[in-house]
Ligand binder design. Sequence first.
Ligand code: DGL
Length: 275
Amino acid sequence: MRGLSPIGIFDSGIGGLTVLKEIKRNLPEEDIVYLGDTARVPYGIRSPETITRYSFEAAAFLMKLNIKMLVVACNTSSAISLNALKRSVSVPVIGVIEPGARAAVNASKTRRIGVIGTEATISSGAYARAIKKISQRAEIVAAACPLFVPLVEEGWFDNEITRLTAELYLSPLKKDNIDTLVLGCTHYPLLKDVIGNIMGDSVSLIDSAIETALQVKDVLKEGGIFKKYISVTPSYEYYVTDSPERFKRIGEMFLGEELKQVKKIDICRRENNAY
Ligand code: DGL
């Protein structure tokens, strides 16, 4: 029964906790299972075929846990594999691109919108397509910022190296006179201060995580699948594909709370796994 099932969230690693945090804030009574494919992060430098295979393996694992909704917190997976996942999975599937694009169009006055993300996300053109679908007159400039992910994974949210790296990546975008910048990667909201300082007050930063959480709420409402017994304390389970220690340590830094249940699992599909 859907009202008794958890929301499933997956990301290539730890970064999707930014999405989980927002979902928890908006829907504090819901049960959540989170899968971070930490053994294979980053997805953002891989080919579309590999990203799709990984995304399907993550979805198959979560479906076995009887989830009522699949949230693809990873921008790279959302950019490359969302449509294929939607066709194959029997529960509502929500990605982060469309909510982020909508928020960007709403925030932008000049319709000059910047997008930053992983190499795979940027070269897929998924954000540009999603923004154009909402506003045809939008002009989009995009840049891949591959080093942001390892900097965040290292917990270097604001230091000299992070500031210099951001300066290099963002200087060209500054010249493009954008008034809105989409942080199109799970990790980038953690660099909001550094990015904001470089871009200046005239540029609104869009965090897809916030918008995605609102969409999750809408879809639960539309489907009538909010948690049934809201008096029962919500449960949060975390699964990772590599050792739980690092995920626990950095995840606790991300969320500012203890992660009690982190289990290591193997999601590689060795034979035909049906949903
Ligand atoms: N989760 C990925 C994303 O949002 C970033 C990390 C990776 O490259 O796997 O695009």
